[in-house]
Design a protein around this ligand. Structure first.
Ligand code: DX5
Ligand code: ZN
Length: 223
């Protein structure tokens, strides 16, 4: 079983405290920085862009977990600056060419994840399981922090765990993204989740002086 990891959602951090936030994350051995790239078309929000990604790489060696919430990703991958150490999630719902974009993504040598929204059924994964290192299971409709979990997604996580077991694909990582409170994380751990996107529901509560203690609470929940 993959060791359970925290992926800190950088859309929830503030730029004023960014350097201090990164220092805390390095001290607390946060495994990934979750980067929500949003184009205002696939989701009704604009998010972290390629310049932000480039700047963050200059600030820290913590590997990135890039969540592409953009239309037609297959034509835009070359603009992102993808590195082999990255996790990159593309959305099933963002392209007519799911297999083509996963095939292209694999050519970057990164970890290749497919993200699915709450209403997207699990069976859509069937034909592309061989292309996947992981699945990003959206527990909210993506694009905004601070939302409440879509209740049906908890059962969906359980169904996904069974689906992967039936297909002998339990080595595929399961990332959960959206309203991952320590309580929700503890439930999702039982469904095989091993990457937890930590935003305003966990780490980014209070001020930057609270982040270290917030991380300890989340760590305890996913142990
Ligand atoms: C959702 C974003 C996540 C996350 C933010 O579109 O991808 O980064 O929701 O964290 P929360 O939900 O805890 O504010
Ligand atoms: Zn995300």
């Amino acid at each position: 079983m993959n060791q359970r990891k925290i992926s800190a959602s950088m859309m929830c951090s503030n730029l004023v405290d960014l350097a201090k936030t990164i220092d805390i994350f390095q001290q607390k051995k946060i495994e990934r920085l979750h980067i929500d790239v949003m184009d205002g078309a696939f989701v009704p929000n604009f998010g972290l862009g390629v310049d932000y990604i480039r700047g963050l790489r200059d600030l820290t060696d913590i590997p990135l977990d890039i969540h592409l919430m953009i239309t037609d990703p297959e034509y835009k991958l070359q603009h992102i600056g993808i590195k082999e150490t990255d996790i990159v999630s593309v959305h099933y719902e963002s392209t007519y060419q799911v297999q083509r974009v996963l095939d292209r993504l694999r050519s970057y040598g990164c970890k290749c994840f497919l993200a699915i929204n709450p209403a997207t059924p699990i069976y859509v994964l069937e034909e592309v399981l061989d292309y996947l290192d992981g699945i990003n299971l959206l527990m909210v409709n993506p694009g905004f922090a601070g939302q409440k979990i879509v209740p049906s997604t908890l059962k969906k996580a359980e169904k996904l765990q069974n689906f992967l077991r039936e297909h002998n694909k339990e080595d595929i990582a399961l990332e959960v993204d959206g309203n991952i409170t320590p309580e929700n994380a503890a439930k999702l751990k039982m469904c095989g989740a091993n990457i937890f996107v930590a935003g305003t529901s966990s780490i980014f509560r209070g001020t930057v002086d609270d982040y270290a203690a917030n991380i300890d609470v989340l760590r305890a929940a996913i142990k």
